[in-house]
Design a protein around this ligand. Sequence first.
Ligand code: PBG
Length: 314
Amino acid sequence: MRRLVAQTRLDPAELVLPVFVRDGIGEPTPIASMPGVVQHTEQSLLVAAREAVDAGVGGIMVFGVPREGDKDATGSCGLRADGILNRALRALRDDLGDGTVLMSDLCLDEFTDHGHCGVLADDGSVDNDATLAVYAEMAVAQAAAGAHVVGPSGMMDGQVRVVREALDDAGHQDVSVLAYTAKYASAAYGPFREAVGSSLQGDRRTYQQDPANRTESLRELRLDLAEGADLVMVKPALPYLDVLSDVAEVADMPVAAYQVSGEYAMIEAAAAQGWVDRDRMVLETLTSIRRAGAQLVLTYYAVHAARLLHSGAR
Ligand code: PBG
């Protein structure tokens, strides 16, 4: 009876697995703050991607981690066709074709020596408009490398519009834009910073949203939809279910949510102590995120959850 009347269901096809690929390593490297998640080599990434596809996961979001010596002030190795991210995208697309939706993180923070998501002005602040020009070029490079979807995650104003226009001008009309619509300046990104070897000093509060604010997300949504977003996202997920619900109520585009690294780490830490049941927490949090209005969920648990679902858990 509970199954018959359940109002929310989870389906592996609605889950997206974020993955990290790191340049210059010989074997997969564990991420201490994210037990069970690794920085992949280019080879192990292909194996993990195949596993995800076989588990029925709907998409993969790829983050690149460059060699420390390749970082610079403008994040130039993030744009190069032979940079780690574009190489990985090309290999994944060659291997998987259209078997899953290949998504690419479109941001500079992994590639800059200062760790910010954009280029800096002379006074050290992040230069919004100068960054847009770099994102436009990066979007085209990622599309050329095989991304089906680009995800500009830097929270620069106007980023969706410049990315959309650049893709269209370069003949990539079919490449979609996943808008990071409501992205809050969150402590829950802590483990991610380890995962990408971030060089960040300071914080991102001049360009990411204040956790205290709710209505601002609706303005961000209006702007992103007007600028040509194909999917809109709220991030982090669980602490922002109210925002997710607001966005889902009015968005006439698919709504995503990102269960971020710190959300993963909290479940893992408590489960490792035996304080919570990992599998139930995974399915309960994902169900709650879906119930609040997310149609798709980016989660480091994508493959694990897919297997749980295949085995009949709910
Ligand atoms: C920035 C970016 C971040 C995440 C995804 N893209 C970190 C940040 O904004 O500081 C976080 C994802 C996670 O914590 O799982 N390009």
